[in-house]
Write a protein that binds this ligand. Structure first.
Ligand SMILES: Nc1ncnc2c1ncn2[C@@H]1O[C@H](COP(=O)(O)OP(=O)(O)OP(=O)(O)O)[C@@H](O)[C@H]1O
Length: 308
């Protein structure tokens, strides 16, 4: 299948500043692509070029096989977007807000009902937008972006400023969109933790460059962190594990089992220790620590580049 987005050497300079430099994005159709980076890394500039709001200084952009710079109108019809906090008419209901846009686009009224349904605002559709929470306003923005049934949905920091519930709702919505609506989701964020559970692919921007791009599963395989064992008998536990051929390191009362080729799963470590009568107070299963991954990709060990 042709990719939803493909850029080659995409570049944008502002005076002497390279806001985006030689970026090769590959966004597969049907993906939820998490576009990550700190503030100022070049995400918004890239997104504005994808949407035809800003001309590149150099490079190419293809959207579903169409040259976005030559066929701007056709490409615009394929994309729905929400860039920055969406503006709504506060005195109107959510439904009326969408109906206005639908009217401008020449879409039938059913398009409004469908969009409200998708973002789970059908029950609140007749309430004034002024009474909506920020999360509801953001979802209404997504509904508007979906009105014309785009093939690609581009969202710039849609979880910015949302409370945990708002983040959870937005996550749930975005995760479902490819399978429910057949739309590819391209979503930017400076907070990895807000999208690591929904992204199928990630791209990381740093200082205008795309320093990492991969399917998230591949990254999970490569960067599963160590299993941590909390026990009152660390020395005995370490001896048991070493005898079983497991590489292990002690850190105070915790034991660390690095995840590497042939390392046991957390459950096996637990079973082995319990079999030898060693109580295990806590066991962390070695989940993906994307922070570590980003440290590796950017060579930045001083702080976490994309923490919540
Ligand atoms: N119109 C402009 N004129 C001059 N410099 C700009 C302009 N737009 C962006 N920049 C600069 O380009 C760089 C990248 O900005 P951009 O907004 O793309 O980053 P970002 O990753 O989206 O960050 P944020 O999350 O803060 O929006 C920054 O240094 C920014 O100051």
């Amino acid at each position: 299948m042709e990719p939803a987005v493909r850029t080659r050497r995409l570049t944008r300079t502002f005076g002497r500043l390279s806001a985006v430099q030689d970026v090769d994005l590959d966004v597969p159709a049907g993906a939820v692509y998490g576009f990550l980076g700190r503030n100022g890394a070049g995400k918004t500039t890239t997104i504005r070029m994808l949407l035809g709001l800003l001309a590149p200084s150099a490079g190419q952009i293809e959207v579903h096989g169409l040259d976005a710079l030559r066929e701007r109108r056709r490409v615009a019809c394929l994309i729905g977007s929400m860039v920055e906090t969406p503006g709504h008419y506060d005195h109107l209901s959510g439904r009326s807000n969408l109906a206005l846009t639908a009217g401008l686009l020449g879409l039938p009224r059913q398009a409004v009902d469908r969009a409200l349904e998708i973002v789970d605002l059908a029950a609140d559709g007749d309430r004034r937008v002024g009474d909506y929470s920020l999360g509801m306003r953001q979802r209404l923005g997504v509904a508007r972006a979906l009105l014309a049934r785009p093939r690609l949905l581009v969202l710039d920091e849609p979880t910015n400023g949302l409370d945990p519930r708002g983040v959870r709702d937005m996550r749930g919505l975005l995760r479902e969109l490819p399978s429910r609506e057949g739309v590819t989701v391209f979503v930017s964020s400076h907070a990895l933790t807000e999208i690591d559970q929904i992204a199928t692919h990630v791209g990381l921007m740093q200082e205008g460059r795309l320093v990492l791009q991969a399917p998230i599963e591949e990254l999970r395989q490569r960067h599963r962190s160590a299993i941590e064992v909390d026990t009152a008998q660390p020395e005995e536990a370490a001896a048991v594990l070493r005898q079983a051929g497991v590489v292990v390191r002690a850190e105070g009362s915790r034991l660390i089992v690095p995840c590497r080729e042939g390392a046991p799963e957390a459950a096996e470590v637990n079973a082995l220790l319990v079999r030898h009568g060693i109580p295990v107070h806590g066991l962390s299963p070695g989940t993906l620590r994307l922070e570590a991954l980003f440290h590796d990709a950017t060579g930045d060990r001083t702080d976490v580049p994309v923490a919540a």
